[in-house]
Each structure stands twice: as structure tokens, then as C-alpha cells.
Ligand binder design. Sequence first.
Ligand code: NAP
Length: 247
Amino acid sequence: MRILVLGGTTEASRLAKALATRSDLEATLSLAGRTEAPAAQPIPTRIGGFGGVEGLAAHLRDHAIDVLVDATHPFAAQISRNAAEAARLTGTPIVAFVRPAWSREPGDRWIEVADLDAAARAIGTAPRRVLLTTGRLGLASFEVAPQHHYLIRTIDHPGDLPGLPDHALLLERGPFDLAAERALMIVERVEVVVTKNSGGSATYPKIVAARELGLPVIVVQPPTRPDVAQVHDVDAVFAFIEAVRRG
Ligand code: NAP
């Protein structure tokens, strides 16, 4: 069977590793091409957009894809919508391999907001020391609040940020470790953390560290997902593939 995995996440890499051990499945991983040096993968990888719904539908047809796995990031809303629609147009079975969103635990001081613009406003007017972990794209949203000191953590260099005059960069890729997250927040005297509610375990330690230190966390909620079958682990993806195989 031919499997196309839409990736760019820890989950997709984990799935790729499992798929590499299956000689009965011919799997390809698709990446958008956003990171400069994506992690090495054990299955064939293609990089770059498909050209919207029509392009993805053509790819599914041309490569006779039997199962489409949407293992993209919960905030990558466009590709998930395109995947659902291209699967519908071509009759390709689709399953979304998604991480459950994080939920508030006792001790969490969360301020939940709908998007990055609202996150920037929620930091407040008085200058604060902010650990900003929402990714390289969308940093312009914070230019409305240039009075804060931003410690910006991204995988790739975000380029010049003249609209955020008081910032420092941390170029790092998860997973992150609780002790290191706690130490970072203490050493950098972080007063507020800004994050997307990305779910999963790789970046959750910052949530735990903030809880332990009593820090407020501004949490951007994920966009609504298209209505397709959802699973939360690799085994369930294989179960879906088996169900398609059996017809
Ligand atoms: P997006 O807004 O949903 O997608 C924009 C366009 O990028 C899509 O229409 C598609 O172009 C292309 N694209 C996205 N994912 C692709 C994939 N896996 N393979 C091929 N083309 C893809 O996506 P985004 O938010 O920019 O995220 C881009 C990638 O980074 C995703 O793969 C996602 O898993 C990963 N990522 C995103 C975030 C985040 O916070 N958004 C965080 C970590 C990782 P065409 O229309 O031309 O096909």
C-alpha cells in the first residue's frame, strides 16, 4: 500500500520511523520546507507545497496513494483543510494523527487567547520579560507591544526584528527538558510565557516549569480541525491502514 504522510512534526517523524520497518507499506513523508535543515528521515521525503487542494488531489491520484495521513502541526490549519478536501475529491481514505491539546492543570495560571494578536495584547502595558515560543512566523504580531523584553525561541533564525527592539534569540529545536526549562526561566528572570497550545510531550515541560514557578502562561488555542477520522498514536494509524487494506 502507498502511504503519504504530511509531516513537519515530532509525531510524523515517529510515524516515519515505524513505517520504515514495514516492507509491505511504501511510505513517503511530505514536508512544507519551512525549516532550513529538517531532521533526517528513514523514509523517502518530498519537500514543498503541492499547489493547493487541486495540486494535492493530483498528487494523490498520480502516485496512487491508498492512505493519506495528516500528521501536521495542530496550528497548520491550511494544509489540514486542503488534505481533507483533496481526500474527499479523490476518495482517498484520510486519518489525522493529532496530539491532544494540553488542558489546564491545578496550579496553572493560563490566559487563553484566540490568536497571536490577542496574545500580544494579553502581555499588558507594563514592560515584562517574556519567553516567546510561538515560532518564527507570526512574530510581527508582537510589534504592537515593543516595550517588553522578548526571549524568542525558534528553530531557525527569524531574521532582523526591528519592531521588537528589546529581544534575545534562542535557536533550539525540541524536545525540551523540564530541568532546563526551569533553569532558563529562573536565569532569564522570565515573568510570562507565551505559547501555542500545541499539545504533545516534546514542548510540554515549559508548561510544567511555569506552573512550578507560578508564572502566567498566555496560551493560544488551536484552530478548529476539519472533520476527518482522528487518532492519537502510531498503533492507531496502523490500525486505520489495516482497516483500509481489509476494505
Ligand atoms: P499551513 O499554513 O497549514 O500551510 C500553508 C501551505 O504550506 C499549504 O497550503 C501547503 O502548500 C504547504 N504545506 C504545509 N504543510 C505541508 C506539508 N507537510 N507538505 C507539503 N506542503 C505543506 O502550514 P504552516 O502553519 O505554515 O506549517 C508548515 C509546516 O510546518 C507544516 O507541515 C507543519 O506541520 C509544520 N509546523 C507548523 C507549526 C505551526 O505552528 N504552524 C509548528 C511546527 C511545525 P500548498 O497549498 O502549495 O500545498
